[in-house]
Ligand binder design. Structure first.
Ligand SMILES: Cc1cc2nc3c(=O)[nH]c(=O)nc-3n(C[C@H](O)[C@H](O)[C@H](O)COP(=O)(O)O)c2cc1C
Length: 201
């Protein structure tokens, strides 16, 4: 049983680039969250050392990852405790970065599976009022250039039991932090942050 989450938000950057566009968008979202008086913490996945999921399936019994004691061990309690989640990730080859993908795969330990065939599954994070905002960033101009970035976060976090309340697709930003010169885009991130905070209070 996972404890009921608190009205707080964890913001997760999937970018390897310090002070890049994902980080700038998260900063704006965090300002919006703070404006609602809701506590927030930003984690930069690049600062954590963690392995990709090996598919050992031991977590089915243990209900936690027993394969590794690594950066994810520090992140699990933060994710569990926060009702709100903001994910920002640049597009790397039409998809999320390897940091974000491995982070998502390591959340597999929150699923319960039945022994029936085909297996039924449920998430221990579900039914707790968890909500998420997703942000995807890319250099090119069109939806196809961003590939699966938003969906690669939306599908798994919906399956984990989050209600995705906003998706922010940000195009045409390549240089580090260029999005800081786009006040409308930052303002949208701020508004999404404030809306998320309000919805989980
Ligand atoms: C390895 C790599 C792959 C990329 N692939 C794409 C892509 O498929 N489509 C795109 O529009 N931009 C692509 N980009 C550009 C980044 O998404 C863009 O520069 C973004 O602003 C980086 O965000 P960040 O500053 O938060 O890291 C790629 C960049 C890198 C380094």
């Amino acid at each position: 049983m996972i404890k009921q989450p608190e009205p707080r938000v964890v913001l997760v950057s999937g970018s390897p680039r310090r002070n890049g566009n994902s980080d700038a968008l998260l900063k704006a979202a965090r300002e919006g969250i703070k404006s609602q008086g809701v506590p927030a913490e930003t984690v930069f996945l690049r600062d954590y050392v963690y392995q990709p999921c090996t598919g050992c399936e031991e977590c089915r019994k243990a209900k936690t990852c027993t394969q590794f004691n690594d950066g994810m061990t520090l992140l699990y309690p933060k994710i569990e405790a926060a009702r709100g989640l903001v994910l920002a990730c640049p597009t790397h080859n039409y998809n999320v970065t390897s940091w974000m993908k491995s982070f998502i795969d390591r959340l597999y330990c929150y699923y319960d599976f039945t022994d029936s065939r085909p297996r039924k599954w449920s998430s221990r994070l579900a039914g707790q009022g968890r909500k998420a905002v997703l942000m995807g960033i890319c250099e090119q101009e069109g939806k196809s250039d961003m590939g699966f970035v938003i969906e690669a976060m939306q599908f798994p976090f919906t399956a984990l039991g989050y209600e995705v309340i906003h998706m922010h697709r940000v195009y045409k930003v390549f240089d580090r932090g260029l999005v800081r010169k786009q006040p409308d885009v930052l303002e949208q991130a701020r508004r999404f942050g404030a809306s998320l905070a309000e919805s989980i209070k």
